[in-house]
Design a protein around this ligand. Structure first.
Ligand SMILES: [Zn+2]
Length: 105
């Protein structure tokens, strides 16, 4: 667990309750609580509008039916998706197929 000051997001200076950046008293909060977005654990968790930078693995010999295509990497809400999340996303074959076609054409 790491604490960050509420004024600058800097660390607690020598555990003194003083912001290490501005050297003034500050309140500290756990930055993990602030920043960490819970991992996606099911398809219902996915907000498709937050997906970006999709990259695919597919076999061009399968054209036009890319049944084996899958998403290799993607960003979600500005962070890189974990492998476990990509697995879940790839369960949505219809979405993968649709996005692959947008990606190709
Ligand atoms: Zn400060």
């Amino acid at each position: 667990m790491s604490l960050v000051s509420d004024c600058c997001g800097a660390s607690d200076w020598n555990d003194s309750g003083i912001c290490s950046y501005c050297k003034e008293h500050a309140d500290f909060e756990d930055d993990e609580e602030l920043d960490e977005v819970p991992l996606i654990t099911s398809l219902e968790d996915i907000d498709y509008s937050l997906l970006d930078n999709l990259d695919f693995d597919f076999d061009t010999d399968d054209y036009p039916d890319f049944s084996d295509a899958f998403i290799l990497s993607a960003d979600y809400n500005g962070r890189e998706m974990a492998y476990s999340e990509l697995d879940i996303l790839n369960e949505d074959a219809e979405f993968v197929d649709k996005k692959l076609r947008e990606f190709l054409y």
